[in-house]
Design a protein. Structure first.
Length: 599
């Protein structure tokens, strides 16, 4: 039963009625696929989600991994079993090349398939999510031997992968990392240092763990330009390619979080001498690509992970919404306004206007976020397979400017949907007897994971909207204008919303120019998180206008629900942007002027 995980009807609408993903099958890469193969993959994912992932979601939350005295990790058996089923189904390799054992699925379909697993069990789904992003990076930048040695086993589910960026003293400031990698006479590097907050950093789920580690070489430049990328496996291979000695990668401890508890989150030491392969100091690492380009390579994985985090936030909000909707339809409490007969039967709480408000808010957040996540996935496909170079470049540029939004907006507003789901449940929502409190806790990680709102705001305002003389901003404005023209031609509410969106977008463009007109980056970026939030609301309003156009004259309950949610967003949500733009336009410097001693 998938009804309370995601809405298959909504996904079908977004994929086939709006994004028209079947049109991708006309391209060589996807020529072996059809609507039927897409549906088969999605149905398989949904089935595995229901049968293998969802049943142990609460158990994993209540029995989080622990570190044994011997330094290994203990977790419930169901995690390994579910991941084994997932890997054997071939879903790990879904979007990869056939020559690597993949299915060459569009990213749009692969990400949707993964969404079912994320909705069912965020913690267990995190292991393959990171592994696929790791494999994607190495498939792009690794040598043929590195691909054979590490990527193929990951796609078969025999190895899992991680990304090792943060350090205890550096956090998100990667310019301050101190992990070192020293080249040896035989060409390998010896890596020493510690990494923190490494999801999936140690476990006994697979034969090996492939760590992608950012580190500095002795002659590397200061700052981020001196960072290189290394493969540091948990176990080394012997001369025949089989699992050999333990590499000097040591689990120092597990971080225990308020949510996403079933995923190991680790503090790792590289080269601390605990294992010392060959008796030499330092963990064995293999350079990926060229020295000094590690961060640019890692952005390949980071941006994919940001899309994955945005989708995770979306589906956690989505499943919470569906469960609160189900509850609101069966929970009888109170009587309609105006009914004074105390003997009258209580009505389902969905009959109360304020409960409908909370449900409509959730619906507008989660379905808007799902549209944004899938739209960005489609941009990945366009950037790789569109017929003309100009189309590929435009898709890549549009994806670049939307990535901070696709990560941060669902992380904020689908978390709010989770909060509203708890509120709909009333006191019951705050208990472990219902799922919605766990969904909130699991989702609370996502505004931090893969770059906080502050980091995303700086990226959006400090880089994305000004790069290339504002090329991405202009491209996005052009796409919004195309939607507005189509909506305007429909007349009625769609035309009204189109005018509303145009007015707000013009203000965003004008305020962007004003922020940078001072020539002072500190002033321009002081309220970048506020800019991110306002910008994100405008983008999601655009997603709702796109859906409204796709609805056309559809008149059943599903389409009417889309119209109601769009109306809600334009009536209750989009107007919130104007006060934010007022603050931004005033070039307010309160945050710069406040002395730390005043707190």
């Amino acid at each position: 039963m998938t009804d309370n995980l995601l809405s298959k009807r909504d996904i079908d609408f977004l994929l086939y009625e709006w994004l028209d993903v079947t049109a991708l099958t006309s391209r060589d890469r996807f020529a072996e696929h059809s609507r039927e193969t897409f549906d088969a993959v999605l149905d398989l994912s949904a089935d595995i989600a229901v049968r293998e992932f969802a049943p142990h979601n609460k158990k994993a939350d209540q029995n989080q991994p622990v570190m044994r005295p011997d330094g290994t990790v203990e977790m419930i058996d169901e995690v390994a079993h579910a991941l084994d089923i997932f890997a054997k189904a071939g879903l790990m390799a879904g979007q990869f090349d056939e020559e690597l054992g993949g299915l060459q699925l569009p990213v749009t379909i692969a990400r949707t398939a993964m969404a079912w697993l994320q909705a069912a069990n965020a913690s267990t789904a995190s292991y393959p999510l990171l592994t696929m992003a790791n494999a994607n990076l190495l498939a792009e930048y690794g040598t043929p031997s590195q691909i054979d040695e590490f990527v193929r086993p990951m796609l078969e589910g025999r190895y899992f992968g991680t990304m090792c960026l943060s350090e205890p003293q550096a956090g998100s400031s990667l310019a301050d990392i101190t992990t070192r990698a020293v080249r040896q006479d035989d060409g390998i590097h010896r890596v020493t240092g510690t990494k923190m907050w490494i999801s999936g950093g140690d476990h006994e789920l697979t034969d090996n763990i492939v760590h992608l580690v950012l580190a500095r070489t002795p002659d590397g430049a200061p700052g981020v330009k001196g960072i290189s990328l290394f493969i540091v496996p948990k176990y080394l291979h012997d001369a025949d390619g089989a699992i050999g000695d333990r590499n000097d990668v040591t689990l120092i401890g597990l971080n225990h979080k308020m949510g996403n508890r079933g995923t190991t989150n680790t503090h790792l030491a590289f080269g601390d001498g605990t294992h010392s392969p060959g008796g030499e100091s330092g963990a064995v690492g293999f350079l990926v690509g060229d020295e000094g380009r590690g961060l640019s390579y890692m952005f390949h994985m980071m941006n994919e992970a940001r899309g994955g985090v945005g989708m995770l936030a979306t589906v956690l909000g989505y499943t919470g919404y569906l469960k609160s909707l189900e509850y609101a339809k069966v929970r009888a409490q109170g009587r309609p306004v105006g009914v004074k007969d105390a003997s009258a039967a209580p009505v389902a709480i969905i009959e109360h206007a304020d409960v409908r408000r909370m449900l409509l808010a959730q619906k507008s957040y989660v379905e808007g976020a799902m549209a944004l996540s899938l739209y960005c996935a489609k941009l990945v496909d366009e950037s790789k397979t569109a017929a003309e170079a100009v189309e590929r470049d435009a898709a890549a540029l549009l994806l670049d400017v939307l990535t901070p939004i696709a990560k941060s907006w669902p992380s904020q507003w689908c978390l709010e949907a989770n909060s509203l789901a708890i509120q709909v449940h009333g006191g019951y929502g705050y208990t472990t007897d219902h799922d919605v409190e766990q969904h909130y806790r699991d989702n609370r990680l996502n505004p931090i994971h893969e770059g906080t709102h502050g980091v995303q705001g700086l990226d959006l305002l400090g880089r994305k909207v000004v790069m290339g003389g504002g090329a991405a901003m202009a491209l996005l404005g052009g796409e919004i204008e195309k939607t507005r023209m189509r909506a305007g031609a429909l007349g009625g509410a769609a035309a009204v919303f189109a005018d509303q969106l145009g007015t707000v977008w013009n203000r965003v463009a004008e305020i962007t120019g004003r922020l940078w007109s001072t020539g002072d980056p500190a002033v321009a970026l002081a309220n970048s998180s506020l800019y991110l939030e306002a910008f994100g609301h405008v983008v999601v309003a655009w997603m709702w206008l796109e859906q409204l156009v796709a609805v056309g004259d559809g008149d059943d309950a599903f389409y009417q629900g889309k119209r109601a949610a769009a109306r809600y967003f334009f009536t209750y949500e989009l107007p919130k942007v104007n006060p934010q733009l007022d603050i931004l336009g005033a070039l307010d410097t309160l945050l710069l002027e406040t002395d730390p001693e005043w707190f």
